[in-house]
Ligand binder design. Structure first.
Ligand code: FEO
Length: 391
């Protein structure tokens, strides 16, 4: 099926219905790899698809034009879900000129070989297709150092690659066909798991495109935005600034149930003080989904039993993941049970501090949280709730 965004601007991407793990990020709903064809007197393909989907993209292009008539390939981002078809394109369409940002040139050569010729486009550079004009803005770290966005001037269409993307496979192509309420959770999950460490760069990128008139945004994953652009930009801005709501997550794992008892007592303390909370046990929860919740929650209470003087493995994995994503500005507490040698919470506190959080409580309980030990857990929940309320 041909999907026309504007006259002469087409979606020619691929739908990946089956992917459930995108480099460690759970994609329960699959994803799409979006590529766009811009047809003026000359023709440009903006981005490609993951290599196994090359034929699907080529078939879509063939519905519109003869692929050999493509003059340019714009690579907005080097990551292989977008540049992966580059070797196949060079093989199939050898006369295509390849355009990319200065940093992408360096990275593409590292991926596909030094001998490939690239035409480098910097911020403000223009490619005249005749009847269509493409302009480029570098947006480093949204998502890699090489990232840039392409703007189709005559049609006011922004093609920002990973920014504003969502991992969701659908037969609908436009946001208004599916609805904000269905897309927003996937937008949030994508932002939290992929973009969150780069909030400062997102704000810079939003600033860079602020003066540009935009009627449509075609990201490299998921639905194309044409109805909800003001909400989309406001939501991204809020996430990039690290704005959160007064609620908390309790995330833990447990060996013999002691750390779980602590978690439940902490939950009581938090909610009695009026702070809504959600509880996740890591051995049966999905870390990408928890991180999505953390995007808008102000408090994180992370618990681990001490195992062989260290963290319980599922908690160690989560803690490492969080450290990399850097959800700054959260109010955090750490807790856990131990038998003879304590130590898990010290590691947890260090990880959360390294992520940019303020660790306000650290509670370890020997063996089972009974009597006073149980009361201390409830008090910890109350104490964190008061700090969240006062923030
Ligand atoms: Fe969708 Fe950073 O690649």
């Amino acid at each position: 099926m041909t999907v026309e965004l504007k006259q002469g601007v087409y979606w020619v991407g691929a739908i990946d219905w089956h992917i459930r793990d995108f480099h460690g990020y759970s994609t329960h709903k699959g994803t799409t790899y979006n590529a766009y064809l811009v047809i003026g007197k000359k023709i440009a393909l903006v981005d490609t698809v993951k290599a196994p989907f090359f034929e699907e993209m080529l078939a879509r292009i063939s519905n519109i034009i003869a692929p050999e008539t493509i003059d340019y390939l714009v690579i907005n981002h080097v990551e292989m879900d977008h540049s992966g078809s580059l070797p196949l394109i060079r093989e199939t369409l050898p006369r295509v000129e390849i355009l990319c940002s200065p940093r992408a040139e360096e990275e593409l050569k590292q991926h596909y070989g030094e001998e490939i010729p690239f035409k480098v486009m910097k911020t403000g550079d223009v490619l005249e297709l005749g009847e269509k004009t493409l302009t480029f803005v570098e947006v480093p770290m949204v998502h890699w150092p090489d990232s840039m966005v392409t703007y189709v001037k005559e049609d006011k269409v922004l093609l920002p690659n990973d920014a504003f993307g969502q991992h969701i496979a659908t037969s609908e192509r436009f946001d208004d066909e599916l609805g904000w309420d269905i897309i927003r959770p996937e937008l949030a999950k994508y932002y939290a798991n992929i973009v969150m460490p780069y909030g400062a760069q997102v704000l810079k990128a939003l600033e860079a495109v602020k003066g540009i008139e935009i009627e449509m945004i075609g990201p490299s994953h998921g639905l194309i935005w044409r109805k909800h652009i003001p909400q989309l930009v406001a939501t991204y801005e809020s996430w990039a600034k690290g704005e959160t709501e007064k609620r908390a997550l309790i995330v833990y794992d447990t060996m013999w149930g002691s750390t779980e008892k602590m978690a439940m007592a902490i939950y009581r303390g938090l909610t009695e003080e009026g702070i809504p909370a959600k509880i996740y046990r890591l051995s049966n929860s999905d870390k990408s989904d928890i991180v999505k919740e953390l995007l808008e929650a102000r408090g994180l209470l992370l618990g681990s039993p001490t195992l062989n003087n260290g963290l319980f493995p599922t908690v160690a994995e989560f803690s490492t993941y969080i450290k990399g994503l850097r959800p700054k500005g959260r109010i955090a507490a750490v807790f856990g049970s131990y038998g003879w040698g304590a130590g898990a919470t010290k590691t947890l506190a260090a990880d959360l501090q390294a992520a940019g959080m303020e660790v306000v409580e650290d509670l370890q309980v020997k063996f089972i949280p009974i009597g006073e030990k149980f009361d201390k857990c409830e008090m910890l929940g109350q104490g964190v709730a008061l700090k969240i309320k006062a923030s």
